[in-house]
Design a binder for this molecule. Structure first.
Ligand SMILES: [Zn+2]
Length: 306
């Protein structure tokens, strides 16, 4: 026996039961009118099918309706396999590999991966930090912008800014540039005022001292990496996993989809073993996020096969 022997990876009925248990802990809820009061079980007609008993509604539904798994021809148990693979691979898993393992077309695998990224995307609206906690802020550059000449420096690359709360959460943003007037508003919006901020010496962070309890920086140019608790090692550790994944696994990523990959790496970081979240719980977390989101084919059009 192994984790892959679990019935919901093979048996469609077990997969439905599993997803229902995750998304409907209080029992079935009609996605059309929100009623959890009463419904008819039509499982004899079609697996997982139910009908709302509310007079004004009376619509049919399954647990897939209103989730990223809606209107997909892929059986739910294959979705469970895909979610598990994406949640348990620290640097991600390519659409090519999903295509081979799941025995679906490359195009289907690509689209499944993007829908799962959508499920992993968190609202992330509550401010990070607070109570004198430390949040590290740093930026990195990745890939290559379309139609921009490769030269020295970073002008031809995509810029990413990440905020990492030492207590746990990471939040990443694909930004158009790394100037103060781009970065500071995002930092202010996402970090509580009563927070200590740690950055490197980059000038775009100079004004943070006016907006937060404290701002300290380490001077990387003069080889200062840490001064007591002031360092950016945590956020750099995050970037190292992100970059190894983007280079080693995904290889190509268009500007349009970069934010989805960032959501994937943020999700795994925020649900990591060090915080007591193991593979199976991480997959459950991703499945919980599947609800209330849709991703249409026109939004996420597959990249040509490489
Ligand atoms: Zn209803």
């Amino acid at each position: 026996m192994s984790i892959l022997s679990k019935p919901w990876f093979h048996d469609e009925k077990a997969a439905f039961a599993k997803l229902e248990a995750i998304l409907w802990p209080e029992g079935p809820t009609c996605p059309h009118c929100g009623s959890a009061a009463k419904h008819y079980d039509l499982a004899k007609t079609r697996l997982g099918l139910r009908k709302c008993a509310e007079k004004e509604c009376r619509k049919q539904f399954t647990v897939r309706v209103g989730t990223v798994f809606e209107s997909s021809h892929i059986p739910l148990h294959k979705w469970f396999q895909a979610v598990h693979l994406m949640c348990s691979s620290k640097k991600g898993i390519s659409a090519h590999q999903l295509h081979r393992v799941l025995e679906v077309t490359y195009k289907t695998a690509w689209f499944m991966a993007h829908r799962i990224r959508e499920a992993m995307r968190s609202g992330g609206l509550a401010p990070m930090g607070g109570n004198g906690g430390i949040v590290e802020v740093d930026e990195t550059f990745i890939g290559k912008k379309k139609g921009v000449k490769v030269e020295r420096g970073y002008a031809h690359k995509h810029a990413v800014m990440t905020l990492v709360d030492r207590q746990g959460e990471a939040r990443s943003f694909h930004v158009s540039n790394v100037r103060a007037n781009t970065l500071v508003p995002i930092i202010r919006k996402n970090i509580a005022r009563e927070t200590r901020i740690a950055t490197d010496e980059a000038v775009q962070y100079n004004d943070l001292k006016f907006h937060f309890e404290e701002h300290q920086s380490v001077h990387h140019a003069s080889e200062e990496w840490a001064r007591g608790p002031i360092h950016t090692n945590t956020v750099e550790g995050y970037f190292s996993i992100f970059k190894r994944g983007m280079k080693g696994v995904y290889q190509h990523c268009s500007e349009k989809h970069l934010h989805r990959y960032l959501a994937e790496f943020d999700f795994r970081y925020n649900n990591r073993s060090a915080l007591g979240v193991e593979d199976e719980q991480r997959a459950t977390q991703a499945l919980k996020g599947a609800t209330g989101k849709r991703l249409t084919y026109t939004v996420a059009r597959p990249q040509p096969q490489i």
